[in-house]
Design a protein around this ligand. Structure first.
Ligand code: C2O
Length: 610
């Protein structure tokens, strides 16, 4: 008997219609509810949606891993993509101003990094990625307060404190957080080694620039990206750590090596069995040994504690106060299509690089771990070190009533990076989003700045200095550029202007610019720079004649030698030396490490606006 109602095809038909209705009405409803951060809804639905991350590079150990993604974000993400813009040609000079030349890594094209010789790890530093590629924009992330718990705690400001002043309760939290990170599965982006690899990939050429500049590998060192990249990097590290220990107010400590009490490794980083302990460190530099902020890996200086402290403070003054233009402190502009490493800022060179060197082990091929970037972030102290570097950026911005950085340059502001957050979302950030630490939810506890007014004096009297200088000028040394820097050399440099007025000096800094070419990037290189000094009796950091240092860690640059530049402001130095009337300055370059591993292309004086 044929019953039309119960006919199977009729039933199928009904099922299809109900399914369509379900799709049309229910999914948008779900999206709506979830976009409104309905807590109950998220709790009910979250566990049922998971995305599988697949490794896109050929690291066999980074196989599938079932990370649960906040599925709400996949709605946001699916609306976004990283578009390629058509650029006129690969010649950098052809750009009109309305084409953005912000640097953005081609994140899906991460590849093996370039390592220095005899590297102790594999070159695979790429993170796991979701397929298809998805990310959240940091702006939406803050505005939508993606995570309910952070939304509800939005008044929490994380206060970063000096590492030598924290209490036992804090140390226990830090230890616990690092221990949890170390215990997570290898391919969890929050895993401690995965975090260290983030640094490796961004620092050793893991990411190409975008089309059509994919042959240029990105490097976040030696340019205006140095401070913002590292700010974001430790920001996400801090959030991950805080979440893992269930304390959203947790803030990284800063290793306050610019203060007298902070000039040694905080002792709790050196307790064996602690998660903060790290084996690959310089065995002689354990507390209470004082750090030398201008450390020279080849010939460490023998100094009393008091000497070391006063040298360190004088050095800090030079690197912070005298570096009074954006190029001098922040590093040189670095835009899409540009080769990497256009020029480092003062603090990046030292104390940042020098402390990396000071901490790296002596019996590893490239002073791993801290002494070279591909392994540096495997040492837990890295994050306290960079917390202080970040704090110095914050301080510099406010020095002398406020200093000008690059915030009127959209190419800097729109430069982008990608990081995983505490909930395993991939977040795309722009430099413009990190300029106010309060908006990022953290501040630095203020401490005294013992270096602020040090202003080193000349080592000799004006007469002594002039006598030496005129004998050098009379001997008329001729320098042919370029030359290989393999021994101490003094060069006469003409000043385009002398006796500048007070206003001129307030507006523009007189800057000594040294083109550094053919830099052997696989080696340690360091040379010191002196002005109007005596070659046979060179001044130390605590005198005005010593003006700065160029420091390069074993790096790797895909088989190439690097080209970059060293800059130092000399207006105040010349004032202190009473040399403002002089037509020339005598620049002495002193190779300390890597003699012959660098070529000097040119030296001149330029004026840079403050
Ligand atoms: Cu990316 Cu301290 O280095």
């Amino acid at each position: 008997m044929a019953n039309v109602i119960n006919h199977p095809s009729r039933f199928l038909h009904l099922a299809t219609i109900s399914l369509i209705i379900l799709i049309i009405f229910l999914i948008p409803l779900i999206a709506f509810l979830n976009n409104n951060n309905s807590l109950i809804f998220t709790i009910i639905t979250k566990p049922y949606f998971s995305y599988y991350l697949t490794s896109f590079n050929n690291q066999s150990h980074q196989s599938h891993y079932p990370w649960r993604f906040s599925w709400r974000n996949t709605f946001i993400n699916s609306l976004e993509f990283e578009g390629n813009v058509n650029y006129p040609s690969s010649s950098s000079s052809n750009y009109s101003n309305d084409v953005s030349r912000a640097i953005s890594p081609d994140f899906t094209k991460c590849g093996p990094v370039d390592l220095p010789p005899n590297a102790i790890t594999s070159p695979y530093c790429c993170p796991t990625l979701a397929t298809p590629f998805k990310f959240i924009d940091f702006k939406d992330y803050l505005i939508n307060a993606t995570y309910n718990k952070y939304k509800n705690n939005s008044s929490i400001i994380r206060v970063r404190r000096p590492a030598h002043l924290v209490d036992d309760e804090f140390i226990a939290k830090l230890e616990k957080g690092i221990a949890i990170m170390k215990s997570l599965p290898n391919d969890d982006p929050r895993n401690f080694i995965q975090q260290a690899k983030v640094h490796c990939a961004y620092c050793n050429g893991g990411y190409p620039q975008k089309h059509p500049f994919q042959d240029q590998k990105i490097d976040v060192h030696r340019s205006w990206l140095f401070f913002p990249f590292h700010r974001f990097y430790i920001y996400f590290f801090e959030r991950i750590l805080g979440t893992l220990i269930g304390d959203p107010s947790f803030a990284l400590p800063y290793w306050n090596w610019d203060s007298i009490q902070g000039m040694q490794i905080p002792s709790y980083f050196t307790t064996p069995n602690s998660s903060l302990y790290h084996k690959l460190r310089h065995y002689k530099h354990m507390p209470p040994h004082l750090v030398d902020l201008n450390y020279d890996i080849l010939s460490p200086k023998i100094r009393t504690q008091d000497q070391q402290i006063s040298y360190n403070l004088a050095f800090m003054y030079k690197q912070m106060v005298l570096a009074n233009t954006k190029e001098l402190f922040m590093g040189s502009p670095y835009r899409l299509g540009d080769p990497a490493q256009p020029g480092p800022g003062s603090v990046e060179l030292a104390p940042h690089n020098t402390i990396h060197d000071w901490l790296g082990a002596v019996d590893t091929p490239n002073h791993e771990d801290m002494g070279t970037f591909y392994t540096a972030a495997r040492d837990p102290i890295f994050y306290a070190h960079h917390s202080n570097v970040d704090r110095l950026w914050e301080l510099w911005t406010k020095l002398e009533g406020g200093r000008r950085d690059y915030r009127d340059d959209p190419n800097w502001l729109d430069s982008k990076f990608f990081f995983y957050d505490e909930n395993l979302n991939l977040v795309r950030v722009k430099v413009r989003d990190c300029l106010d630490t309060k908006l990022l939810g953290y501040v630095y506890e203020e401490v005294d700045l013992p270096w602020l007014n040090v202003n080193p004096k000349p080592r000799r009297t004006k007469m002594q200095r002039e006598a030496k200088k005129s004998s050098i000028l009379a001997s008329k040394p001729i320098t042919k550029f370029p030359f290989v820097l393999d021994s101490k050399v003094s060069i006469i440099v003409k000043r385009p202007k002398k006796l500048r007025s007070k206003e001129e000096k307030e507006q523009e800094e007189e800057v000594l610019v040294i083109e550094v070419t053919e830099l052997q990037s696989y080696e340690n290189v360091k040379f010191d720079v002196h002005i109007d000094d005596d070659e046979d009796m060179l001044s130390d950091e605590n005198h005005a004649e010593f003006v700065g240092t160029f420091v390069s860690l074993p790096h790797g640059n895909h088989g190439h030698k690097s080209n970059t530049r060293f800059m130092v402001g000399i207006s105040k130095v010349l004032e202190n030396l009473e040399a403002e009337e002089d037509d020339h300055i005598v620049v002495t370059l002193v190779p300390m490490i890597g003699k012959g591993d660098v070529t000097i292309g040119r030296i001149n004086i330029q004026f840079m606006s403050k």
